[in-house]
Structures are given as structure tokens and as C-alpha cells.
Write a protein that binds this ligand. Structure first.
Ligand SMILES: Cc1cc2nc3c(=O)[nH]c(=O)nc-3n(C[C@H](O)[C@H](O)[C@H](O)COP(=O)(O)OP(=O)(O)OC[C@H]3O[C@@H](n4cnc5c(N)ncnc54)[C@H](O)[C@@H]3O)c2cc1C
Length: 274
């Protein structure tokens, strides 16, 4: 009979609970609650033959095996609930991750606060010509950086004052809010299971993701590491640190490696078998 392990907690996660992790200038990630841990993952993976957790080493090996072989359903047994505060342009990227359950503050029922994202001066950069997503490394002159921040501050002030004037005149909040810019902060409760959270973190920690969502992914990654440290270790090894090659890239690398060291080429098996 499996030892009962109903409500599992992790000491590192208990310390993080309810503590807002500051992100950007006014935002945060707050771990409201979590359900499960590494132990829950191994319990659920072993349920087919009635065993619970074993030694830490065996649990670690099992989690490593599950993750490296993409046997992902046991990771869905762990759930995270976050309270997030972020600019609307970040939230708009967040909602593309469709497996989350969320509830956002309503601009129809509550008045929006006068809080806007202002980038640090060294985050003001030129658009990269070769890549529509990224920002260029070309240095932006100091006066232009200041001017950008001034433009943002002036626009936000003017929008908010228009919003406030309409509210004071008794106009509906749902209409008045439409003049507010994407840099205004919003808040939400956001819940996801670990499988999908790892997928989110992989996509949004990547250098191609916008800096402002990357910092939220980093804060959530801190929570994942606290709740499920063994999974985080396996995730770093098999997902974050792994390199993806196309068929032709793998073939080219296999050829090069074969020429230098057939032994190493065999070890890395860059050609698909069968
Ligand atoms: C760098 C970057 C740039 C991006 N640019 C844009 C952009 O310009 N415009 C834009 O609209 N989006 C953009 N996105 C969002 C992107 O296209 C995805 O919608 C987002 O990353 C969520 O990924 P996902 O669908 O894998 O995850 P989720 O929505 O969280 O889904 C998780 C997994 O569930 C499964 N799933 C979910 N929905 C379905 C479905 N309908 N059918 C089948 N399987 C499903 C898939 O396996 C999926 O991987 C960008 C994302 C990144 C990281």
C-alpha cells in the first residue's frame, strides 16, 4: 500500500509564498499557492505499479527520465497560482499561452490606477533592421534616450488626464479606459500546471522573447525551482541547455565529427536510426 502523501509542501516554496517578487518598475510575481511537488510527480508516474516515492536518487533519476523522454503527463499534477502585476503589452503576450486559467482586474468595474511602465534608460534601443522582433545593439545617443522617456511620460500623463476627466464627468469606465496606453499596469490571477508552465518558461526565457516578458518568466522560474527543484534541474539539462538541430545541420555536424573523431561521432548519434 502506498504511503499517504496528500498535501505536499516544500520548505523553499513556503518561504516564497505570498512574497511579491518585484518585476519591472511597478510589477510583481507573487506565488499565491501551489499544489504538489517533485514527490507528486514521481507518485503519479509510479501509480501504475503501486509505489510512491523511493530514495531521493531514484526520484531524481525518474524525473530526469520522464523529462528527457517527454513523458509529460505526471508534470501536469503540479499546479501554480500566481498573482501578477504587469503592463498591458506584456499581459497581451501572456494570454497567448492558452492553457492558463486566469482572471484579470476589470477596467469596467474598477478605475485604472495611474501606473505606467517606464523603461530604464539603458533599455531604450534601436529597432534591429534584420529582425522585426529584436532590438539592435547600436548605441542610442543619451539625448534620444531621454527624449523617448519624455515622450512616453507626456503621452501617459495626457492619456490619463483624459481618462480621469471622463470618469469625473460620469462617463462609463468601459469607454473612458479606451484612451489608456499599453504601458499601463494591470493585475491578474494566473494558474497553470507545471507541464505548461515549463513550456511557457522555455519560450519566454529565450533571447527572442521581449525583455519585459522575460523578466516575468525569470521570476516564475524562481518559483518553479523552489516548488520542484529536481524537475528544474532536469529541465535545465534537457530543455534549457539542449540544442535543437535540423536534419541537415545534424548531418553536417555528423560528417564533420566523423572526420575528426569517429568515436565521438558514434557517442552523439547524430543520425537517426532505422
Ligand atoms: C518570441 C515569440 C514571438 C511571438 N510572436 C507572436 C506574434 O507575432 N503574434 C502572435 O499572435 N503570437 C506570437 N507569439 C505567440 C506564439 O505564437 C504562441 O501562441 C505562444 O508562444 C504560446 O505557445 P503555445 O501555443 O505552444 O502554448 P499554449 O497556448 O500554452 O499551448 C500549450 C500547448 O498546448 C497545445 N495547444 C494549445 N492550443 C492548441 C490548439 N488550438 N490546437 C492544438 N494544440 C494546442 C500545443 O501543444 C501547445 O504547445 C510569439 C511567441 C514567442 C515566444
Amino acid at each position: 500500500m502506498e504511503a499517504r502523501m496528500t498535501h505536499i509542501t516544500t520548505p523553499e516554496a513556503e518561504v516564497l509564498l505570498d512574497q511579491p517578487i518585484p518585476v519591472l518598475d511597478h510589477g510583481f510575481v507573487r506565488l499565491v499557492d501551489y499544489m504538489g511537488s517533485d514527490a507528486r510527480i514521481v507518485q503519479s508516474a509510479r501509480v501504475s505499479y503501486g509505489a510512491g516515492t523511493k530514495t531521493l536518487r531514484e526520484d531524481k533519476m525518474l524525473i530526469d527520465y520522464l523529462l528527457s523522454n517527454e513523458h509529460m503527463s505526471p508534470f501536469e499534477m503540479v499546479v501554480f497560482t500566481f498573482h501578477l502585476k504587469m503592463p498591458i503589452f506584456v499581459a497581451r503576450q501572456l494570454v497567448r499561452h492558452r492553457t492558463a486559467r486566469m482572471n484579470e482586474i476589470s477596467g469596467r468595474y474598477s478605475e485604472m490606477k495611474d501606473e505606467f511602465y517606464m523603461p530604464e534608460i539603458d533599455r531604450v534601443s534601436f529597432q534591429k533592421r534584420s529582425n522585426r522582433q529584436g532590438s539592435s545593439r547600436r548605441e542610442v545617443p543619451g539625448e534620444l534616450r531621454e527624449r523617448v522617456r519624455d515622450i512616453m511620460a507626456e503621452t501617459e500623463k495626457s492619456s490619463y488626464s483624459g481618462y480621469d476627466e471622463m470618469i469625473q464627468a460620469g462617463i462609463t469606465r468601459e469607454l473612458a479606459r479606451t484612451v489608456l496606453p499599453l504601458s499601463i499596469y494591470t493585475e491578474m490571477y494566473w494558474q497553470m500546471d507545471l507541464r505548461n508552465l515549463l513550456h511557457f518558461i522555455k519560450l519566454r526565457l529565450d533571447g527572442h522573447a521581449q525583455y519585459e516578458i522575460r523578466v516575468y518568466a525569470e521570476a516564475m522560474a524562481r518559483c518553479v525551482k523552489a516548488v520542484t527543484p529536481l524537475t528544474w534541474e532536469a529541465f535545465e539539462e534537457h530543455v534549457l541547455g539542449a540544442v535543437k538541430l535540423s536534419r541537415s545541420q545534424a548531418a553536417e555536424l555528423a560528417r564533420e565529427l566523423e572526420a575528426v573523431s569517429p568515436e565521438v561521432a558514434r557517442r552523439y548519434r547524430l543520425k537517426k536510426e532505422g
